[in-house]
Design a protein around this ligand. Structure first.
Ligand SMILES: NC(=O)c1ccc[n+]([C@@H]2O[C@H](COP(=O)([O-])OP(=O)(O)OC[C@H]3O[C@@H](n4cnc5c(N)ncnc54)[C@H](OP(=O)(O)O)[C@@H]3O)[C@@H](O)[C@H]2O)c1
Length: 282
């Protein structure tokens, strides 16, 4: 039996991966707070202490593990100091494959941490599977939940298109890569089946929720003002501005058929996602 370690297991994608593998015996989740993780994910879960800021937690977390699902936490930017020591520990422990949650375009953009992480995995000669995902649909029920509840979608993305993906699709691909053979030394560009403008997104919300949701076409300045006034840290807001500017410039609309090819079905549509998560906004 393969032993699999899931990092980021309490986060958006990791929680779905953990759910899909819940009946799998060799699963261990890595978290800074095992007690809280068990309360969220279920008492039966095998949880181990793991903190990228505490290298002394690495050896026990990786012991006996063959495959790892690796998530880079959003506030971890220094790859050399905060990620590479964990990768070294994985290598020392004999990990045979790392399935890394990366981001679409990571191979082309050397300024983002995901690029450096992919390179570090390759340099350590640990077989990798890079899941280069586009923009998560679930950002709409996390970061943008309150404003959509008020009937507004406030992002500075202009008329640019985004190929939104549902994290449940990413998780299903991750589980395939973690449990099947044939995914080592591969990179998958994972997107939804369509690239939508935020006017189209607002229209889908309006139809499914049965109440008007309007795309505010926010300027960058209004977006920064509104997000920081809600208490979001400026550096996090500036990363969001970068992401929405990419969409505004027409660079977030790439659609691939990787999800359909890997899962043998179409990716979850944005309409389906809004129907499934309806209770978040009503
Ligand atoms: N949002 C998007 O549209 C999008 C698109 C493509 C790629 N991505 C990438 O996806 C990643 C985020 O994935 P996500 O949204 O699933 O995660 P998330 O919901 O932001 O959760 C972050 C996870 O990281 C863990 N964590 C935080 N600090 C840690 C530390 N010091 N040591 C160990 N674990 C730590 C947390 O676990 P505990 O609290 O249990 O320790 C938590 O489970 C980022 O790298 C992001 O760039 C995002």
């Amino acid at each position: 039996m393969l032993n699999i370690l899931i990092t980021g297991a309490t986060g958006n994608v990791g929680r779905e991966v953990t759910g899909l593998l819940s009946a799998y015996e060799g699963i261990r989740i890595a978290t800074r707070d095992p007690l809280r993780a068990r309360q969220t994910l279920g008492n039966q879960i095998n949880a181990v202490s793991f903190d990228l800021a505490q290298p002394e937690t690495f050896a026990a977390a990786f012991k006996g593990i063959q495959r790892v699902f690796l998530v880079r936490p959003p506030d971890v930017a220094n790859v050399r100091q905060q990620i590479v020591p964990a990768l070294n520990a994985a290598k020392t422990a004999g990990v045979e494959q790392i399935v890394f949650l990366s981001i679409l375009g990571a191979d082309r953009n050397r300024f983002i941490p995901h690029h450096a992480i992919e390179q570090a995995i390759a340099q350590l000669d640990i077989p990798g599977t890079f899941l280069r995902a586009s923009f998560f649909m679930q950002n709409l029920n996390n970061t943008h939940r309150a404003e959509i509840q008020r009937g507004e979608l406030l992002v500075p993305a202009g008329n640019g298109r985004t190929s939104f993906i549902d994290v449940r699709d990413i998780a299903e691909v991750a589980v395939k890569a973690l449990t099947e053979d044939g995914h080592r030394h591969r990179a998958y560009d994972l997107t939804g089946a369509a690239a939508l403008t935020y006017d189209e997104v607002a229209e889908i919300f309006t139809e499914v929720l049965g109440k008007p949701v309007r795309y505010a076409h926010a300027s960058i300045w209004r977006f920064i003002r509104e997000m920081t006034s809600r208490g979001l840290p400026l550096n996090f807001v500036l990363i969001m501005v970068g992401i929405y500017t990419t969409a505004r410039l027409g660079l977030a609309g790439e659609v691939t058929d990787e999800v359909a090819r890997l899962l043998g079905r179409s990716p979850i549509s944005l309409r389906q996602y809004v129907e499934d998560y309806r209770s978040c906004w009503v």
